[in-house]
Design a protein around this ligand. Sequence first.
Ligand SMILES: [Zn+2]
Length: 1153
Amino acid sequence: MKRYMVVWVGMFFVVVCVSLYLMMETVSSNMGKSSDINTVLIEEKIAKIKSDIHKNKNLINDIKDIVRKMTRGDREAAEKLEKVLRENLNEEEEVDKPQVQVPVVKADIKSPDVKSKGAVQVSEKTCGLAEGPNANSDVQMLQLFDFLKFDNPDGGAWKQGWPVTYEKDRWGKDNVLHVVVIPHTHCDPGWVKTLNDYYHQQVKPILDNMVIKLEQDKRRKFMYAEMSFFSIWWDEISEEKRERVKKLIANKQFEIVTGGWVMNDEANTHYAAMVDQMIEGNQYIHGITGAKPESGWAIDPFGHTPTMAYILKRSGFKNMLIQRVHYSVKKHFAKERSLEFMWRQNWDYGGATDMFCHMMPFYSYDVPHTCGPEPAVCCQFDFARLAPSRYSCPWSIPPKAIDDNNVAKRAKMLIDQYKKKASLYRGNVVLIPLGDDFRYDKLEEWDKQYNNYQKIFDYLKKTPELGVQAEFGTLSDYFNKLYEVTGTAKGSRPKDFPVLSGDFFTYADRDDHYWSGYYTSRPFYKNFDRLLESTLRSAEIAFTLAKAHQDKHKMVNLQSETLMKQLVDSRRSLGLFQHHDAITGTAKDFVVEDYGRRLLTALTDSKKVIVESIAYLTAKKDYKDKVEHMFNLDESREHHDSLPEKNVIAVSSDPVVVLFYNSLGHAREQVVKIHISSPHVKVTDPNGNTVATQTDPYWIDKEEASLERYKVSFVANVPALGVSRYLIKEAKDNQKNVHSQITFYSSEAEITDQGPFHMKTESLGDFTLETSRLEAHFTGDTGLLQSVTMKSSKKTYQSTVSFQSYGARGGKEKSGAYLFLPDGGARILKGHGVIRVVKGPVVSEVTVFMSHVQHVVRLHNSPGTDGLTVDIYNLVDIRDQTNFEMGMKVSTDIKNKDREFCSDLNGFQMQKHKTLDKLPLQANYYPMPAMAYIEDDEHRFSLLTAQSLGVASLKQGEIEVIMDRRLNQDDNRGLGQGVRDNKLTPNRFRLLFEPRNSPVVKEKTDGFPSLQAHTSYLHLIHPLLTIPQREGEKTPEVVPSFSALETPLPCDVHLLNLRTLQGKPDSNVDKYKPKKEAGLLLHRLGLDCALPNSGLQCKDTQGKIAFGDMFKDFKPSKITETSLTLLHEKESISPETSVQLKPMEIHSYRVTW
Ligand SMILES: [Zn+2]
């Protein structure tokens, strides 16, 4: 009976509570009429009452349920009832007196007001490029796209061109056409075979044969591009053979072209990694042979970027060649004889960045498409196809060996092709590549090609009236001949040759086959690439500083050779992945896995270098103990294709040290998150102050929180290029630690509190997340973002997030790893699962569990840049789909005229695009390695991305990206398989809404991110690195905070790298002995100042840097300005003087400590 009494008392209490609330509502709304009560407060109160009514309804149902069970004689029911009532009554008591005590569970979750450090004043001079004129060029690619019809008429023998003719007497004895035949081999460091298999089966014999066959005849030439293969070979060959190779380089029979670690992709790559793989390759080849490459050779990347022209220019190159350009563009340039031009950066009005560029005119780089416009003829001059051979001519006319009887006839045929090709160019010199993929791997192939061609060359020499002189040459031989006959200084613009600015995306090789699929293919590894790029950079910088510290203080304990080896290996793994079949996602599954394993090893090694170097730099005393005993990595990955698992920091009453490392040149204030073993913590900053923290659940399932691990978030302050030490310990009574509150929408289960967290379920209704700087509004129907209000401007931006899919079209030609051939427009993906909302004073987030994506929108209540963006994390899973491409779209109210939008080229510069109706959908997709934005005269919306993906703005106000693609079939470009090895793939984005304070400059062909966007992007891809103390060790004695910089870098200067130079790369003894020299790369960003900034901790110096004031304890003894890959020395700079950096330019220096 007593128990029944309790039940009825409990129910009575519930009813009274509900009535009281209803009365309170009446009272407060009456009060509202007479006094000026904040409507927000009223809304909050109503929301609270609604929630309580809902909860009480549930409670009553629970009680009814238990009572029913009791009447059926359930013995445990009575106890359950007691428990339910006890818990609920206690909670109500707490609600009555919230002011007296702030209990852990029910603490105020309203975001405290955080104030940013204010805006940085940026001089107009700093932003001159955004307002300035376009490059002064003859051809602007953006305008050309507007102009071209993009029709595809059948051109006859030259299918994509026209029947080329030339005047009979154009060339003769006195006006000779010079033909440079360039034997080459194209070696992919991984594609349908792995790097090692290609090396052993093909590349090793190619290079071995090269030495033998070039030595046989001084007139023979050969060239080679990929240092990844070359270094494996060099390590294997004898000293005697190495000397023979050096001789062939010195006498110019053998040329290293580009000399990067790979022939990098140009769409998905980030400029930091492009530069890095160029430094690695160029430093390597120079270190072993003394060679300094001067011509760029890119015959296979799927579209071309002006960023590469810039990198080559600043690396001291004189010329470059490109091949895969849209067939309509090629045809137009061939007609205009503009296939050779000075490639000028969009932002360079005067021409300081001009790079002489040769564009190949035809379909492919193989012999049938390089000797002239008619493949059936040219194929007959690929003597590797001479029977017996594994190659043949698909045009059914086989080659014929050249002999005295046929040489005249055959030479005539060939020079007809040469002359036709030459008539598409302006100079009297024609470039004839002679090679293909992995050619010259058999000795007899060398003989076939070189002997037959030599016979033709000899005949032409004897027959000057034909007006053609031909010889073997390298790429530089060709350019040098052209400079010679046009009377031009090396690398300068030959008279009347055009100047071009813009890019060569999106590539189509035939019909409507646009290569925009590879902008997204294998996105898991595209994401991994950026992660490694950032981690390796942080490791390079930390190691260089630790090494300088060791040298200065004459300490010995840094394991510098071990660390240097880890760095060199990691550089090469990152470099390898920049290959145009690696980061592009166009290799076979097992090759992708080979890359993946290398990326994971490199990532782990780079982290080890960071941990050891940072421990070394922050140690209070000389560094005695090995760090492995002191600090730990923050996360681990079981496998290259698994997601990382954060290491949990075990907290107790003894403080645990956690270091945060900021590798950027500016101080940072931002939210950090670590995983801990207790929900009750106290975090102390470097000054000993307790910081405000938020404990969140660690989810083991959608609706289930772990009771063993938790996440704690707080705002960390870390100095420029420095480290801050935070102490973390378990503390039950910490008023500054708040537990987040969790609400589930459209959950089937009724969820109640779990562990220390207050959880509830609610029926659908629109909701808002709020920080002190912005509000994000969500629709209750789907849980997806609808709009964002920036509190500073009080402007609400529509920003509707939706998910969509494309299918693959029918017919013979379908989407594959390279091609995007959709079956029409995108379909919106409907339906959603559970919506989980976590609110707290530091970070709030919404997670929507949809069928192919776990979608998280996160707001940080931070005074730093992370407080001004809406972060999106999508975990995409399309493994159960076929011919399915999954995208995310953000629809805004921005009126971008003509559907113009800017997307970046390699994270280095912004290129404007226009969505054109005359082009198919897939042609309007562009690469987005870093960001894209749309704007009108008043506002700009930027989408920042942590991984490279395809992007488009198909309708006004919209930006859409493809996040993963699963395709069942090959797309006939040689790969021989579809893309079906999809993973659970993370995608990270940031949305940034900015007001413009001046109208858009309509004529501009490029664009510039704001300082805010640059900084937000840098913070996105270079997160603060967490270095926790190793469990069970005594508290390490480290300094509370450390900065390597006396003066932080100016706002617009990015420390691109600080990279210690390797000892002699082919020495057995000094290979990994670090030099006392490092390459310092500073990039001055190009800004648009028409957009405000906030929350930055830096200054604008208009590009002025004083090295003497820059490094605190690491004053360099010598600084020399160099070319980008550190090969060409410019002038020596006194550390005391200051230098002026130019906007957009990367400045590089050799620094000796
Ligand atoms: Zn290739």
